[in-house]
Design a protein around this ligand. Structure first.
Ligand code: IMP
Length: 181
């Protein structure tokens, strides 16, 4: 299926994403100046955001990745995480910024923050490109949020539906006809 056939509408354009990431990068550079910053990207959804964010941060930042799968359905996670890939290095004593694509219920993030804290990081904060508050089930605090979005299933810019559509440049809403088949 062509990308255009799956898209109902563009929610956030490529240009809006670029401008917001520049603002977040400036804020993060300011807040972490002089600190040992480790960006931890959550695979797979966050890799495009992380790639753009690290170039918007005007200081040295180390990068590592965690891969998790959660046994939910195609539209939401259950919070029961299986770790598929651990960090390559230690985060003890380091200032960790978890980089997520989207926070929905917050269950994935809660489990990840607990994991990083248990490894004695100096601090643990979160940045997410997108936040959907409608189904939030935790009081997890997200320090750097790109965009608050309505309760719609989105894809593109790294986010998938059934592993497809990650390469779309904008954040888009999926057509109902795609998932009602
Ligand atoms: P949470 O644990 O409910 O916060 O879900 C977070 C994870 O669910 C994200 O990292 C995504 O993988 C997935 N997810 C939640 N909402 C969407 C969406 O609208 N589009 C694509 N993936 C989503």
């Amino acid at each position: 299926m062509q990308h255009d056939d799956a898209i109902k509408k563009v929610l956030i354009s490529e240009e809006q994403i670029r401008n917001r990431i520049a603002e977040l990068g400036a804020q993060i550079s300011h807040d972490y100046q002089g600190k040992d910053l480790l960006l931890v990207g959550i695979l797979k959804g966050a890799w495009i955001y992380l790639a753009d964010l690290v170039r918007a941060i005007d200081m040295n930042a180390d990068v590592d990745f965690l891969a998790v799968s959660s046994y939910g359905n195609d539209f939401s996670s259950s919070g029961n995480l299986t770790f598929l890939k651990d960090l390559d290095g230690s985060c003890e004593g380091r200032h960790v910024l978890i980089v997520e694509d989207i926070v929905d219920s917050g269950l994935t993030l809660s489990a990840l923050c607990e994991l990083i804290k248990s490894r004695k990081a100096a601090s643990v904060e979160v940045t997410t490109l997108l936040s959907k508050r409608a189904h939030r089930k935790t009081d997890i605090s997200v320090k750097y949020v790109g965009f608050e979005i309505p309760d719609e299933f989105v894809l593109g810019y790294g986010l998938d539906y059934c592993q497809f559509y990650r390469g779309i440049k904008d954040i888009c809403v999926l057509k109902e006809s795609v998932y009602s088949k």
